[in-house]
Ligand binder design. Structure first.
Ligand SMILES: C[S@@+](CC[C@H](N)C(=O)[O-])C[C@H]1O[C@@H](n2cnc3c(N)ncnc32)[C@H](O)[C@@H]1O
Length: 247
């Protein structure tokens, strides 16, 4: 499935109502988010993640952090309080432009656009910490899993990746299963959202078992997974993976 449809959707919403495009609270539609309140939600989220890291006894080196699917930098800005350098990467140039405008940390935070299904522009084994929240769920397969593989590749040995993605049943390799998944997730749900005046974001998932296999194959250990969101967001996890250090 192509990334282009979701890129175009986020480009449009990122240029029209960027904060609401990230946190779709109905009362904030029409550029009504208070910027400070919006960024405070990012600080609370990152504080919660660091509490969970402590519970899992995972140490994080406060060097280079990556925020994948950074949007307008809600979480990148919060990460800047804990890391020397933060890179935010997003598929939509409109989001990246807004993130640059709202950056409070000078050149310790940089934002880049990436429209392909790999993270080669970020180099190799560079990051001490990778974070991604409410982003992979909008990426169609197989690119969503490809990004998880890339997280593991660009982590330094000993580095930590924390990412959220909904869970679901394994999609068969056959053409019919693939077609039905695509029909439902890329077209029918999208159309239903458009009819109701909601943003027509695609919603995808990666089966937990596939995440577990991918982390192991990438030379990392899945230390834990915590439930994410509420009943509306369904079966959904935040995964905590640590890349092995060489002996
Ligand atoms: C709901 S927003 C969340 C933004 C940010 N993670 C946050 O929580 O504040 C989802 C973001 O993911 C980005 N995104 C979607 N597909 C992407 C992809 N293939 N690569 C990078 N970013 C992507 C969108 O452009 C959008 O900015």
């Amino acid at each position: 499935m192509s990334l282009d449809q979701s890129r175009r959707t986020f480009e449009k919403w990122g240029s029209e109502d960027p904060l609401y495009a990230v946190l779709t609270c109905d009362s904030m539609r029409g550029n009504r988010w208070d910027v400070a309140e919006f960024f405070a939600t990012g600080e609370r989220e990152i504080a919660e993640v660091f509490d969970q890291l402590r519970e899992f006894r995972i140490d994080v080196t406060p060097g280079n952090a990556l925020d994948f699917g950074c949007g307008v930098g809600r979480l990148s800005q919060a990460l800047a309080a804990r890391f020397e350098r933060v890179t935010g990467v997003d598929i939509a140039e409109s989001m990246v432009a807004k993130a640059r405008e709202l950056n409070q940390h000078g050149d310790r935070v940089d934002y880049v656009t990436n429209t392909v299904d790999n993270l080669r522009l970020l180099g190799d084994r560079r990051f001490d910490f990778i974070y991604s929240s409410i982003a992979l769920q909008h990426v169609p397969p197989p690119a969503n899993l490809r990004y998880v593989e890339e997280f593991l590749r660009i982590l330094r040995p000993g580095g930590v990746a924390v990412f959220q993605v909904p869970n679901g049943r394994v999609i068969g390799d056959g053409a019919v299963s693939q077609f039905l998944y695509r029909l439902r997730r890329q077209y029918l749900r999208r159309a239903w959202k458009l009819i109701r005046g909601k943003q027509p974001y695609e919603m995808h998932y990666i089966p937990r078992v596939v995440i577990e296999q991918t982390i192991a194959k990438g030379g990392a250990t899945l230390v834990g997974a915590t439930p994410f969101g509420n009943r509306k967001t369904g079966d959904n996890y935040r995964y905590f993976a640590v890349r092995a250090t060489p002996r």
